[in-house]
Design a protein around this ligand. Structure first.
Ligand SMILES: [Zn+2]
Length: 171
C-alpha cells in the first residue's frame, strides 16, 4: 500500500516532493466521449476525508481501499444498455457499452477502455498472484484488473468493479 501510495503521488499528484504542482504536471490528456475527442483535464486529488464524504461506503471501499465486490453482486454485471461508464470518483469516461462483453466472471468486463490515456496500470503482486491493476488516470481510483484472456478484437479482459463505475445511458 505504501509503495502504491508513493507511486500514485509521484505519477498523478506530484505531491511526494512537497513541491508546488506545475500546471503541466497537474493536467493529463484524456478522451471525452461527450466531446468526441481528446481533452486536457486537471487531475483530481482529494483528502481521505473528502473521498469519504463524496463516495458511498461501497464506492470508497473499491476506489480508495482497492476492494473487490463479490462476483455477480454489482449493478452493472448484466447491464446491456447502450451508454458510457464513468469513474464513480471523478466522472472521467472510462468504458463504452460497445466494448462490454459477458465474461461469465460476475464482474463487468470490457475488451478496451474508451482510450488508453483514461486508464493507468500498475503491477499488483497481492494475493500471491501477479496481476495488472487498473486505475482511473485522473483520480487514481482502483477499478479492477486486466487479463489477457478476453475475446477479439483486443484479446483483453478489463475486469471492473461495478461500484467503481457510474453508467450514463445514451440519448
Ligand atoms: Zn476517476
Amino acid at each position: 500500500m505504501k509503495t502504491f501510495s508513493t507511486l500514485c503521488s509521484m505519477l498523478l499528484f506530484g505531491l511526494s516532493t512537497g513541491q508546488p504542482l506545475s500546471a503541466a504536471a497537474d493536467q493529463i490528456k484524456v478522451y471525452s466521449v461527450a466531446e468526441g475527442t481528446y481533452i486536457m483535464t486537471d487531475t483530481v486529488h482529494m483528502s481521505d476525508a473528502e473521498w469519504r464524504e463524496l463516495l458511498t461506503p461501497g464506492q470508497y471501499h473499491i476506489l480508495r481501499e482497492k476492494g473487490t465486490e463479490p462476483p455477480f453482486s454489482g449493478q452493472y454485471n448484466k447491464n446491456h444498455e447502450r451508454g458510457v461508464y464513468r469513474c464513480a470518483g471523478c466522472g472521467l469516461d472510462l468504458y463504452s457499452s460497445g466494448d462490454k462483453f459477458d465474461s461469465g466472471s460476475g464482474w463487468p468486463s470490457f475488451t478496451a477502455p474508451v482510450a488508453a490515456e483514461n486508464i493507468a496500470t500498475k503491477d499488483d503482486y497481492s494475493l500471491f498472484m501477479t496481476r495488472t491493476e487498473l486505475l482511473c488516470a485522473r483520480c487514481g481510483g482502483h477499478l479492477g484488473h486486466v487479463f489477457d484472456d478476453g475475446p477479439p478484437p483486443t484479446g483483453m479482459r478489463h475486469c471492473i468493479n461495478s461500484a467503481a463505475l457510474v453508467f450514463v445511458a445514451s440519448e
